[in-house]
Design a protein around this ligand. Structure first.
Ligand code: GP9
Ligand code: MN
Length: 635
């Protein structure tokens, strides 16, 4: 090939490629400014985000070279850039409006959204021009030239290789950096807590495409066998009591739910060096009813799963975070029930709204008001994500005051989150180095060695306890105490290798000042039971979608703990029996014990209990995984 020919070829390639290059560059800029303008960790993960934007650009725009006619080529580019523009614009506006990311599934419940036209008008800024720029450039390019350039077969093959190379290089860089940081790449997809972090790493368009792909994979319908299974179960379900005990005794009261981070059961009424670990909670427990045989039920979604199992009375899915992967599900949550019965519903949490997809999920489970990190001022950074429980509760009081009564308000604490490091001056328990023991209510011999982590844990729990104590005082001062039902429970264990950590046992305290709900209740119970129990107290029959039991109206209380990773049954505690599975999950290899003495029985003595609980879990999984709530409710 001589020089003029080569020059001619290069000219042709450039003519074909310049618009594609421009579009890829624009995509990189849009991705960058999207995060920068919305302040979504713009400095962190810059390389990852940019590399994956380049990979995406090659994948989306690259195929334009295979069109021989310039009209078609431009049409292809127009459609693809319009699609990306749509994603950028809608996500940008949605984030400014709600502080969260639009999920693909949201398209299916968009009809339920209130009219946002006025809001959208307010959110429009000149910045949005950047996201429209690609369409303008494609149009300009179409109108400004006439030449038709086509690639030969060989050239197309080379182009395909180049596109693949850039695509693989871009996403490969993302994965390689993930591997470098975490030792594997799974964290990117399965261990995502904060969607803001995910968007920080892969950019908003990749996020949306990934979400759409996941949604498409989930679209497969429930099988006929699955549906039959649930319908059968529903038909044979025991009927609720005709005249339930305690029905409506707290009718019209406010409901204040406090979900405490990583609070295990043993610190309640436990001491260290003669000091009470949770003096305030102990007092509250002594005033109200203390459930000391209560279990958390979570999977990958930790705090969010505790919220899900408590507010929806269903089991979290073992392999995904329901709040994120099943945000489109139809749910009949407790806030939704109360909202429909005239309550104002609110939720408060000191973390960013994107964490566990809360900004999307809260409105869809019936919370009318959502207060997150942006609604609180931090007087000083304390513990996980900075907003200390004291700031949190102090500033939550006026928020409660502003709610029309009766209200339901859920407050989710943060300070006792791992790694439990709170400032030294707030570590007010005196635990001398080398302390070896603390009396705890559930440890076998009543004592527990305190290593550094457990010591820090106790300090953080002690701090959270004091913040809760002040909050209760504030409720009294504000006149909100006497006409409320206050519920306090741990979201999940603290993963610090105690007996409670292994059993995922947490405390639950029910406080209804002036009502005859007192004493210690040692019936086995779990997060799933709170919803039906509260609904009954407030005078509303719990919907059939709740799989838990009303703790005041069951002859057969039960707590079933699933393996957090696999979802198989780990143990079951009923009033008179305990079944413990082995790691091979084979029923016959497990142990059946009589309670309370622990006498070992033939494993077959637990078979009925096991089958019943296994079926209930299966029902829950079918309903949640395939969005089939109506199978339980019958409509
Ligand atoms: C942050 C907090 C996280 O929002 O709820 O707690 P985790 O799920 O890690 O226990
Ligand atoms: Mn938690």
């Amino acid at each position: 090939m001589n020089f003029p020919e080569l020059g001619e070829k290069l000219r042709k390639y450039l003519k074909i490629a310049w618009l594609l290059l421009l579009l890829v560059i624009l995509l990189v800029l849009e991705t960058y400014f999207f995060n920068r303008w919305l302040n979504i960790i713009p400095q962190l993960y810059f390389v990852r985000r940019t590399a994956s934007a380049v990979g995406l650009g090659a994948l989306v725009f690259g195929p334009a070279v295979f069109f021989n006619k310039r009209g078609r080529r431009h049409l292809y580019l127009l459609l693809t850039s319009a699609l990306l523009t749509l994603i950028f614009l809608s996500q940008f506006i949605y984030y400014k409006y709600s502080g969260g990311f639009l999920q693909f599934s949201a398209l299916f419940y968009a009809g339920q959204a209130s009219d946002l036209t006025a809001t959208i008008k307010n959110l429009i800024t000149a910045k949005l021009l950047l996201f429209i720029a690609p369409i303008i450039f494609v149009a300009l390019s179409f109108w400004s030239g006439k030449d038709n350039y086509a690639l030969s077969k060989k050239e197309k093959l080379a182009a395909a290789a180049l596109i693949f190379f850039v695509f693989a290089g871009g996403y490969g860089t993302l994965l390689a950096l993930e591997k470098h940081d975490w030792g594997d790449t799974t964290r990117l997809y399965s261990k995502i807590y904060d969607l803001g972090t995910l968007v920080g790493k892969i950019g908003i368009v990749n996020f949306y495409i990934e979400d759409a792909a996941k949604f498409a994979l989930q679209m497969h319908q429930v099988s006929a066998a699955g549906q039959d299974f649930v319908e059968n179960w529903v038909a044979n379900r025991p009927q609720p009591a005709q005249q339930p005990k305690n029905f409506g005794i707290a009718k019209g009261r406010n409901l204040i739910v406090i979900q405490v981070e990583s609070l295990e059961n043993w610190p309640i009424n436990g001491t260290v060096g003669g000091q009470e670990i949770t003096p305030n909670l102990n007092k509250i427990a002594a005033t109200g009813m203390y459930f000391n045989n209560y279990y958390s039920q979570i999977a990958e979604g930790n705090t969010a799963d505790a919220e899900f199992s408590t507010m929806d009375s269903l089991y979290p899915l073992p392999d995904s975070v329901v709040f994120i992967t099943h945000a489109q599900n139809q749910l009949a949550a407790l806030p939704y029930l109360l909202k429909n019965n005239g309550y104002t519903t609110a939720v408060m949490h000191g973390d960013v709204a994107t964490f566990w997809n809360r900004s999307n999920i809260y409105p869809s489970i019936g919370y009318q008001k959502v207060f997150t990190q942006a609604d609180y001022k931090q007087s000083r950074p304390i513990g996980f994500d900075g907003l200390g429980d004291e700031d949190f509760f102090e500033q939550s009081l006026p928020k409660l005051q502003s709610l029309k009564q009766p209200f339901m308000a859920t407050a989710i604490t943060l300070s006792s989150h791992t790694p439990f490091n709170i400032p030294e001056d707030l570590q007010t328990l005196d635990i001398p180095a080398g302390s070896t023991a603390v009396s705890g209510s559930t440890s076998d011999d009543g004592s527990l060695d305190l290593d550094a982590t457990r010591t820090d844990y106790l300090e953080s729990v002690h701090y959270a306890d004091s913040a809760i104590g002040k909050f209760i005082d504030g409720l009294k001062a504000d006149g909100l105490y006497d006409n409320s039902v206050i519920v306090i429970y741990g979201d999940h264990n603290a993963f610090i290798d105690t007996a409670d950590s292994a059993a995922n046992q947490v405390p639950m305290i029910l406080l209804a000042p002036g009502l005859p709900l007192n004493g210690i209740n040692s019936d086995p119970a779990s997060h799933l039971d709170l919803y039906p129990t509260l609904a009954n107290l407030l005078g509303m029959p719990a919907p059939k979608t709740a799989l838990g039991q009303d703790l005041f109206n069951t002859a057969d209380p039960v707590a079933t703990q699933r393996n957090i990773i696999t979802g198989s049954i780990k143990f079951i505690v009923s009033k008179d029996k305990k079944y413990t599975a082995t790691s091979d999950t084979e029923f016959g290899n497990g142990t059946c014990q009589q309670l309370p003495d622990g006498k070992v029985l033939a494993v077959s003595d637990c078979e009925q209990l096991f089958k019943r609980e296994k079926n209930k879990i299966k029902v829950s999984d079918i309903v949640v995984r395939y969005n089939q709530l109506q199978l339980l409710s019958g409509h």
